[in-house]
Design a protein around this ligand. Structure first.
Ligand code: SF4
Length: 357
């Protein structure tokens, strides 16, 4: 097929593909062709017989949120009966549980809490870093950061500087879902616009903290909306000099929320993962999601991914239907059955990462 041959030629010569090429690959290439092309892009950065992982927990410090995204199974409005906001000691109990399981990374994730200011977050993060010097923390997501700056009546630059001064190192790219304004209007009009999101993330990077990119697929987004996400992300990564450390894609879980729907197949997830690896030629680490795809996520190591987490808890996705297993050995067997050695890694350090630019 002539079009596919041309795209293959581009990929194999190390050239970027266009969004039209990405759409074509997703619709027309066979699974084998996607696996082969994404593996060839991955080989520019990583050895093919190894993959890296770490054990981590997502600590949901509050379920209070005023954004009201229709695909969310987790949030509670401020006056609901079953809201919570964890104290620092309660947060530490959850961190202790992770340490017992051999974990090295804690990601914090809550909601758009109308009373939590940037200084409240800064205080919590500096306290947990003081108590757990051997762990790394993904302190906030970009979406939570943006909302808290609004609550605090601070610009993104001012908010980012307060966090950085308190020792915060990572504000990760969570809460991005699909970066397309029509999608956002349909499902989460109270959250952010795409332009605003990238402004918030750029302020975080300017303040010297690290960040990452994420995507969630399987709502009702069109292929065009998915491609808009990849296109704006690749342009942003170019603009910030390749500073985003990784791209993680996971799948929407349709249970217990207003929007509902059906979960997409593992095959569709793997195909999109491959397209993302091929199109996002400027992102070194492509991560596959054990949180939403369990052991099947490791099949993504043959579709461009080089890294994954073994999660120990995350109420947000568990409320939406995700199941988490602590039988890490059973999950890792999928990698060995594919001839790939899974190696536990240390969390990336921002300083190390920024020196890679
Ligand atoms: S997805 Fe996040 S921002 Fe949206 S309602 Fe849920 S907790 Fe709030």
């Amino acid at each position: 097929m002539a079009v596919l041959d041309q795209i293959e030629k581009k990929v194999l010569s190390g050239l970027p593909i266009t969004r039209q090429d990405a759409g074509f690959l997703f619709l027309e290439a066979t699974d084998e062709q996607l696996s082969e092309l994404s593996t060839s892009v991955k080989s520019r950065f990583h050895s093919l017989d190894e993959a890296s992982y770490l054990i981590m927990a997502i600590v949901n410090y509050t379920n209070v949120c005023v954004a009201k995204c229709d695909y969310c199974s987790f949030y509670r409005l401020p006056h609901a009966k079953d809201t919570y906001l964890l104290s620092t000691d309660q947060v530490c109990e959850k961190i202790n549980a992770l340490v017992q399981l051999g974990g090295k990374l804690v990601g914090f994730n809550g909601g758009f809490h109308p009373k939590l200011k940037i200084t409240d977050y800064a205080q919590l993060f500096s306290e947990v870093r003081r108590r757990y010097t051997d762990l790394e923390f993904y302190e906030m997501t970009v979406a939570e950061f943006m909302f808290s700056c609004k609550v605090s009546k601070l610009s993104y630059d001012e908010g980012a500087q307060i966090l950085a001064a308190s020792g915060t190192r990572w504000v990760t790219g969570g809460g991005a879902e699909i970066m397309d304004n029509s999608f956002r209007k349909r499902h989460s009009p109270g959250k952010f616009t795409v332009e605003d999101y990238f402004n918030g993330q750029e302020a975080i990077l300017r303040a010297g903290m690290g960040s990452t990119a994420t995507m969630v697929i399987g709502f009702d987004e069109t292929l065009d909306e998915r491609l808009n996400h990849l296109e704006s992300l690749r342009a942003f990564q170019d603009r910030v000099g390749g500073t985003l450390a990784s791209f993680l894609c996971w799948t929407y879980k349709p249970w217990n929320n207003e929007f509902g729907g059906n979960e997409i197949s593992t095959n569709e997830y793997l195909r999109w993962l491959a397209v993302s690896r091929i199109y996002l030629h400027n992102i070194r680490n492509i991560r596959t999601s054990v949180l939403t795809k369990n052991a099947d996520a490791l099949l993504g190591l043959n579709f461009g991914a080089n890294d994954f987490d073994l999660p120990t808890e995350d109420e947000v996705t568990q409320k939406a239907g995700a199941t988490i297993s602590h039988d890490f050995e059973a999950i890792l067997k999928t990698a060995s059955s594919m001839g790939i050695k899974a190696v536990e890694r240390s969390p990336w350090s921002v300083r190390f990462w920024n020196n890679q630019k």
